[in-house]
Design a binder for this molecule. Structure first.
Ligand code: SAM
Ligand code: SF4
Length: 359
């Protein structure tokens, strides 16, 4: 069997190597984290970039079995934030020197929705003289829609594959044409062809998921040559069908630890990409995102969603920052990032170095 330190010294990793890294405990875990922290500093530097997150609507046509705002959850109070509130949140981001914003929502395909996102993208560009970077996370769309939003000024897109293991993907999504693994893959390909910086990711600690599945996820991210990754622990929500399988999942602390090992291992596997410290980490550990920054992540998404709507965008239980306004959120993050030994890249887009290289 290979020595752990020999695996750490490699530039490329087999599936077995990745499983070893993902299962590291004690001194091996410490060595993994130090190697990932050193690789991060050497390749992408110490800066952490803010992307102000605006969850502008929780209307969704899909029924993902894990998600609290799925279409069939009739307990959810549905909202669409007003344009002026969304733009005010983006203006806050611009005035506070956040490099970029992320517009996120449930998945809709109506003409109204497509036009509205297009309008918002143009308005955000206008209010910042083109200065704010715009990431969209609005689900699966047609090539025409992706192209249109790109031409209007969006330049990054987040669409998690959720799990790259087809059978697991199928277990956590309803079995119909509307939730197709192939379509998800196709969308990731389309986004790249349209010119976006493409971000994807997975949930960690899902029922039925094995460490081998997670190693395959990492290999998948590498194989599609992704620019950015956002991945975090799966967290149960009692009003979703997947809740029934909660006896199969690891404890929250174990999911959290596994998520940190995923981040550190990914930093070794793809040193020049952007890796987000997922909000779901903070739902388990109040310092969760800062811990991820220490060992490999370089992107944080402070929540700028108008506070009146935050309680209605409950993807999972204990979602953090429900009662903070944007100012409080920024101040609290700033202090924490500094504690994690990093600095904030104010006023910079902080594009993925990987994207710049592959352009
Ligand atoms: N509707 C778009 C989509 O699905 O791509 C964007 C919004 S969706 C709420 C964003 C992400 O939330 C999903 O990609 C999923 O990974 C994550 N999510 C949903 N339910 C979750 C849960 N119970 N635990 C952790 N993450 C969850
Ligand atoms: Fe809708 Fe996205 Fe939730 Fe799926 S994960 S139900 S597409 S909001």
């Amino acid at each position: 069997m290979k020595k752990f330190e020999d695996i750490l010294a490699q530039n490329d990793f087999s599936r077995d190597d990745l499983v070893r890294l993902l299962e590291a405990e004690g001194a091996e875990r410490t060595a993994l984290f130090s190697a990932a922290a050193a690789r991060k500093e050497a390749v992408v530097g110490k800066k952490v970039y803010f992307r102000g997150l605006v969850e502008f609507s929780n209307e969704c046509s899909k029924d993902c079995l894990y998600c609290g705002i799925r279409h069939s959850n009739s307990k959810v109070v549905r909202y669409e934030a007003a344009d002026e509130d969304i733009l005010a949140a983006c203006r806050f981001a611009w005035e506070n020197k956040f490099g970029s914003v992320v517009l996120q929502s449930g998945e809709l395909s109506s003409t109204n929705f497509i036009n509205r996102v297009d309008y918002l993208v143009k308005q955000i560009k206008a209010l910042s003289n083109g200065g704010l970077g715009i990431t969209l996370s609005c689900g699966e769309q047609t090539r025409e829609t992706y192209e249109r939003w790109f031409e209007s000024g969006a330049h990054r897109y987040l669409l998690r594959i959720e799990s790259s293991t087809r059978e697991l993907y199928q277990k956590i999504h309803p079995n119909n044409d509307h939730h197709s693994f192939e379509k998800r893959l196709e969308c990731l390909r389309l986004l790249k062809e349209c010119g976006y910086q493409v971000g994807t990711g997975v949930m960690i600690g899902l029922p039925f998921q094995t460490t081998e599945n997670l190693a395959d996820d990492l290999l998948f991210l590498k194989s599609i040559d992704v620019d950015m990754v956002g991945m975090g622990p799966y967290i149960e929500h009692e009003d979703t069908p997947l809740y029934e399988f909660r006896h199969l999942i690891k404890s929250k602390q174990e999911r959290f630890d596994l998520a940190l090992r995923m981040v550190a291992t990914l930093r070794l596997l793809m040193p020049d990409i952007n890796i987000a410290a997922a909000t779901a980490l903070q739902a388990i550990d109040p310092a969760g995102r800062e811990k991820a920054v220490k060992i490999g992540a370089n992107i944080i998404m402070p929540n700028l969603t108008p506070s009146a709507f935050r309680k209605d965008y409950q993807l999972y239980e204990d979602k953090p920052c429900l009662d903070e306004d944007a100012d409080q959120c920024r101040n609290c993050l700033e202090a924490r990032i500094e504690l994690a030994g990093s600095e904030i890249g104010y006023g910079e887009w902080g594009d993925s170095k990987h994207f710049e290289r592959r352009k």
